[in-house]
Write a protein that binds this ligand. Structure first.
Ligand code: CTP
Ligand code: MG
Length: 380
């Protein structure tokens, strides 16, 4: 069963009232649309993702994910869904999961439940949660009546269907303004099964919903700690750069790049926390282009990997191990520099130093060592 996700991102977001349509607003460092697309790209049972929306804005939001150009949408959600289905019809999948870009927190379990129902033979399947509040009708600010809530469900997306059937249903319903695809399916007489949705699968709609989604996302992140260690030899005729700050010194560190031992240890801590190898994996010393490179680029890369995984850097702690130069007078500048490169507040970054009581290579001034720890918050 080849399953493709169709993500609708052509709305104007009028109820949210931001100048930028809500699907392009940033949630934990990434556009809402990117969260939604990544949820499906990461799902092993989803073979492809197609997006409906303004092509340029979508391309920027989805940069690097390897998706085809977005299909322009229509005036209503229903028209946008139909445009996406027509685009998919050139290479039709067996089933399609139609999803609102505005639901960035869709979980693997909800996607799974929809796919399972379709695999079991359902013509359509949509996630739903029961109404738990008592319902009243508003009669000009007064309670008009109490509406029985028994059997009422709030429905979400992704809404899954056999592709040919929902394409036909959408063609037949063209011109109406139904707010979900299940309504289109109902109009065509298709049976649509209800599967368990999630209270966290919110549709960002009203002001304040971004903050709500961010809180839900934050709660779902898991702390991971990484450590790093590095040593470089001190030699004459090289500049000394430590934690991104150039220091006056008769000796500098030798190495392929600028040999900033502090940044190297910190990068390894960040890569380690993500279990993504080490600095040599990403910037092989065998490659000439990293010769004398500013190590700032390495730290920016490590931080961008964290963002690409939907995580954030919660803290970093670097210890430089040397007799001289004295680090304390420069520690504040180093913290500022590292924080700027990682895009975090300086209050999350610590730089400190120790000697080894003149023992060993560091004690004899033959080299400088650094160790680092980083705490990341990453999606599970
Ligand atoms: N959508 C779409 N094309 C439209 C209208 C909506 O692709 N013409 C998409 C939205 O981008 C959103 C999803 O359908 O991801 C659900 O619609 P809704 O929450 O109503 O979003 P908007 O229409 O953008 O918001 P509003 O109704 O507040 O203007
Ligand atoms: Mg709308």
């Amino acid at each position: 069963m080849r399953s493709v996700a169709l993500i609708l991102a052509a709305g104007r977001g009028e109820r949210l009232g931001s100048p930028l349509p809500k699907q392009f607003l940033t949630l934990a460092g990434q556009p809402l649309l990117r969260h939604s697309a990544r949820a499906f790209l990461a799902h092993p049972r989803i073979a492809g993702v197609r997006v409906v929306g303004e092509p340029e804005g979508c391309a920027a939001a989805l940069d690097g994910l390897g998706l085809p150009a977005a299909t322009p949408g229509g005036v209503t959600r229903q028209a946008s869904a139909r445009a996406g289905l027509e685009a998919l019809a050139t290479d039709p999948p067996d089933v399609v999961l139609i999803h609102d870009a505005a639901r960035p927190l869709v979980s693997p379990a909800v996607i799974e439940a929809v796919l399972d129902a379709l695999a079991a033979g359902a013509e359509g399947a949509i996630p739903a949660v029961p109404v738990t509040d008592t319902l009243k009708r508003d009669a000009a600010g007064m309670v008009g009546e109490t509406v029985p809530r028994e059997g009422l469900m709030r429905v979400q997306t992704p809404q899954g269907f056999r592709f040919e059937a929902i394409l036909e249903a959408h063609r037949a319903a063209a011109g109406a303004a139904m707010t979900d695809d299940a309504a289109v399916a109902e109009a065509a007489g298709l049976g649509v099964r209800l599967v368990p949705g999630s209270e966290d699968n919110i549709k960002v709609t009203l002001p304040g919903d971004i903050a709500r989604a961010e809180a839900l996302l934050g709660a779902a992140l898991v702390p991971r700690i990484g450590t790093g260690f590095d040593v470089h030899r001190l030699v004459p005729g090289r500049p000394l750069v430590l934690c991104g700050v150039a220091l006056p010194s008769p000796l500098g560190l030798s190495g392929h790049s600028d040999a900033d031992v502090g940044i190297h240890a910190l990068c390894d801590a960040i890569y380690g926390a993500m279990a993504e190898g080490d600095i040599g994996t990403h910037f092989p010393p065998s490659e000439a282009r990293w010769k004398d490179a500013d190590s700032a680029a390495f730290l920016r890369h490590a931080a961008s990997r964290v963002a690409a995984r939907g995580g954030r850097i919660a803290h970093a702690d670097v210890t430089l191990i040397c007799e001289r130069p004295k680090i304390a007078p420069h520690a504040a500048a180093m913290r500022e520099r590292l924080a700027a490169l990682m895009g975090v507040a300086a209050s999350c970054v610590s730089v400190k130093a120790t000697t080894t009581e003149r023992l060993g290579f560091a004690g004899r001034g033959e080299g400088i060592a650094a160790q680092a720890a980083a705490t990341l918050l990453l999606p599970p």
